[in-house]
Design a protein around this ligand. Sequence first.
Ligand code: G3I
Length: 477
Amino acid sequence: MEGSEQVNEISVRVRRRTPGRGRLLAGVLTVATVIASLAVTTLARAEPSGPPGTTLKAAAERSGRYFGAAMGRDRLSDTGFLAIANREFDMMTAVNEMKPDATQPNRGQFDFRAGDAIYNWAVQRGMRVRGHTLAWHAQQPRFWATLSGGALRTAMIDHINGVMTHYRGKLAAWDVVNEAFAENGSRRSSNLQSTGNDWIEVAFRTARNADPSVKLCYNDYNIENWTYAKTQGVYNMIRDFKARGVPIDCVGLQTHFTGGSSLPGNFQTTLSSFAALGVDVALTEADVTNASASQYQGLTQACMNVPRCIGITTWGIRDSDSWRGNENPLLFDRNSNPKAAYTSVLNALNAASTTVPGTTPSSPGPSSSTPPASEPSGPCTATYRMTNSWGGGFQGEVIVTNTGSGTRNGWTVTLTLPGGQTLVNVWNAVNTGTSGTVTFRNAAHNGSLGANASTSFGFVANGSGGTAPGNLGCTSP
Ligand code: G3I
């Protein structure tokens, strides 16, 4: 039943895709957009070089981006799915297993077994994981239905704290709030909205405190068309949050071009306009009716043209994995064969003309990832802990704390990995080297630390994590 409700919801929004808005507003938006696009264009860097990638993840990594997929726990026993996931993708999202009803089935009783199973499978293969989602009008813990007002607000805060504490330092991003806007650009009515208009910013502030290291995203569908009322509603909220210092790092555009909807010609404008507000953007749940190769090419190209478009996730891998399987909307068919759309995406990834600022592309990359000639010095500390391990690999976390009296802008951590340990993947920092003595510089979003403030970065490495890294040091200007 819920599945058919979802279908109806998408159909409604598709019919309203061309909103009745005045031409004047469109003109204003166009001017603003051109300015925003110019601002972002100045960040563009040299085209990545080196051989083209032959998998989605290799092609995306050339420009410092990722290529992700979504999976349910049931896919953990699907060897066909796992083979493609392991070969092609470097980011994973749980389809349902990290949602509020899954992670807190009863008040105060958290259950991370399903989410952890997906998380562990992914990180053990060098992937990162996006957290989806913490506060949403759907798939809520059943007991939330008995609450309202302050009690529901408290329950939301408790949920965010409980889940984020479990995944602290482990995830690339959290969709903190999902689908909170209506098609007309106002807030969607929901029990959470009824607790007060500030529920979204409370969710983000709570999230930042719970895990200062993870990127905090607002995620929604039907915000791909720049002139659409809902897009503008979300844009205005993000602009307001940035102006008032509400912590937010990214916007996820679900990119469901399905159920009759299609790629808008102004998609890149939407991405660059959000990015110009100072947030990363990501395509978080892409699928396209009948896997139109031209639409997949276009959505990928739009992302590649915007430096702060950090990655693309498809909502499943094969058509048989899709929530809308009858539309065959994914890059692989039911026999696991890549479609024409796969090739169009791969080519667009390989042809990326921008790189993500602050990342280390897999080929010789932008000047921003080059370490400074002389290292800054100053008071900060670095503390290491192993957060996970498995046969042949482990995951580590380093907490960086500003021990000085003022704000520090930028930090550098050095450590020596014991023999046999080799870095596979690093997040929330930019590394130089993958074995022996390795240097980690802050990423673009976590370099500024107030007095006594902390941040963290993480990595996955091959080898036994039994021996901790040595010579741990931290410097800051
Ligand atoms: O697990 C039960 C199973 O025991 C039962 O027999 C079956 C009968 O209907 O239902 C199963 O649960 C279903 C669940 O997916 C797991 O398959 C739910 O009914 C169904 O509602 C749920 O749908 C999910 C949907 O979110 C719910 O809103 C889809 O899998 C999931 O792909 C979809 O994901 C959303 C994103 O979170 C947000 N953006 C839109 C996207 C697509 O709708």
